[in-house]
Write a protein that binds this ligand. Structure first.
Ligand SMILES: Cc1cc2nc3c(=O)[nH]c(=O)nc-3n(C[C@H](O)[C@H](O)[C@H](O)COP(=O)(O)OP(=O)(O)OC[C@H]3O[C@@H](n4cnc5c(N)ncnc54)[C@H](O)[C@@H]3O)c2cc1C
Length: 396
């Protein structure tokens, strides 16, 4: 690594150490072990993170990223990282629950993750896999620009440990910062939002004496949107309500009593799970439930680019590049796959000293992934024919 007191050079800087950023870093290491990589991440593993159900098909990817990752997930000081997911049960198109059991899945059961803990396990895995070439720094991205020669990026960040601003330079910048796409937007890209779907979620906790034995994700459609609930480690359960920003229920869902009222009037099965399990909204630290977050379909345009000299390149990955409606339950596995793909292409670009422009490959693969997602999303929404309110009309 080429360093001076002011700046440190890396081949690749990844902003965001979530699933996409970690998958990109580990794949880069597999494909080009000599490449120097900086991951800049500002996550607090003590804060609850939404997005918990990981399908069993992810086993292959996790094993590829690190052969001991599944073992780390099952123990290794992280006992509360997950509970099993036995399948989905959906009241979608009918008020009765229709079950998709994990027994029918060739990969077996998936996971309901403590997501903040899972992301931390991934970051720990990155650190231990490549201590000499990958540096993980806790800090927040501030700005990015090309240096005067346009051959490298110059990226500044506020570093938590020293409370100082530092400047790093690199040939590649990967934006893995999630829906905010904070780096790409500074570089002139814009996020195209297909809808204004919001998610309102709350974490519930049940008394230690009650054992919730329902390990499925339960999904329920209602007149004004749709709900899901998944069990979580430590006697917890997450409940999320999805509706459009313009829907009148979105005002009620912002307040705790309004959210609880909607939950018990709009759902039958999830309401029953919460009541029979003796669940109450979790009171923990600064968390104030319900939390409202963007959940709509969104994609970045363009998802990648180059500097004036074409020597310095950037690419967005995971939610930063394309964010899916949570109905798909494909956010994490897609972010993992994209991370692997991007990490490998960058590794090869560095080895070949940039002989080909990889940005056209990224554009093509991303565009195919988006078309497939969009088609599937339309199909699933069209299966719910009982309601014809504004929420459903906009999706059919
Ligand atoms: C309501 C809801 C429910 C969902 N449920 C599921 C589900 O059950 N299953 C599923 O697979 N997916 C689900 N998802 C989607 C899933 O959570 C995302 O697709 C996934 O987290 C994307 O991973 P990522 O690594 O791209 O981004 P993120 O997980 O958002 O990670 C981004 C990382 O970048 C860091 N970062 C951000 N900005 C900066 C900055 N300026 N400086 C430094 N670091 C920064 C963050 O701290 C974070 O660590 C859900 C989403 C929503 C909204």
């Amino acid at each position: 690594m080429d360093s001076s007191p002011e700046t440190v050079y890396y081949d690749v800087i990844i902003v965001g150490g979530g699933v996409a950023g970690c998958a990109a870093a580990l794949t880069l290491f597999h494909s080009n072990p000599g490449a120097s990589v900086l991951i800049l991440d500002d996550a607090d593993p003590g804060v609850f993170k939404i997005g918990e159900s990981l399908p069993a098909a992810a086993k292959q990817i996790l094993t590829y990223l690190s052969p001991d990752l599944l073992q780390r997930l099952s123990g290794d000081g992280h006992e509360r990282a997950y509970i099993k997911c036995t399948g989905n049960a959906s009241a979608w198109g009918s008020s009765e629950l229709e079950e998709t059991h994990a027994m029918m899945n060739p990969f077996g059961m998936g996971w309901h993750l403590d997501r903040a803990c899972f992301d931390q396990i991934l970051r720990d895995t990155v650190s231990s896999a490549a201590p000499d070439t990958i540096s993980l720094v806790k800090g927040v991205f501030m700005s990015v620009d090309t240096r005067d020669d346009a051959l490298h990026w110059s990226l500044s960040a506020s570093i938590f440990e020293s409370d100082k601003t530092r400047v790093f330079t690199s040939k590649w910048v990967v934006d893995a910062s999630g829906r905010k796409a904070t780096v790409a937007r500074k570089l002139g890209a814009r996020t195209i939002r297909e809808d204004a779907l919001l998610a309102f979620y709350a974490v519930f906790v049940s008394p230690p004496t009650t054992e919730d034995q329902d390990f499925r994700t339960v999904i329920e459609a209602s007149e004004s949107g749709w709900w899901y609930s998944s069990p979580l480690p430590s006697n917890r359960r997450v409940v999320a309500y999805h509706t459009d920003d313009s829907n009148p229920t979105s005002r009620d869902a912002r307040k705790q009593d309004g959210f609880i009222n909607l939950l018990h009037t709009n759902t039958q099965h999830i309401s029953q799970l919460i009541t029979s399990g003796g669940y109450d909204i979790l009171v923990h630290g600064d968390a104030k439930y319900p939390v409202c977050t963007a959940a709509g379909s969104a994609r970045l345009e363009p998802p990648c680019g180059v500097s004036v000299s074409s020597e310095a390149k950037w690419i967005a990955v995971g939610d930063a590049a394309m964010a899916f409606d949570p109905l798909s339950s494909q956010g994490m596995i897609t972010a993992l796959k994209m991370g692997c793909f991007v990490g490998d292409v960058i590794a090869r670009d560095l080895l070949a000293a940039g002989s080909d422009d990889p940005t056209s490959i990224f554009q093509k693969v991303y565009s195919q992934a988006w078309s497939k997602y969009d088609e599937e999303k339309q199909y699933f929404y069209a299966q719910e024919k009982r309601f014809d309110g504004e929420f459903w009309r906009a999706r059919k």
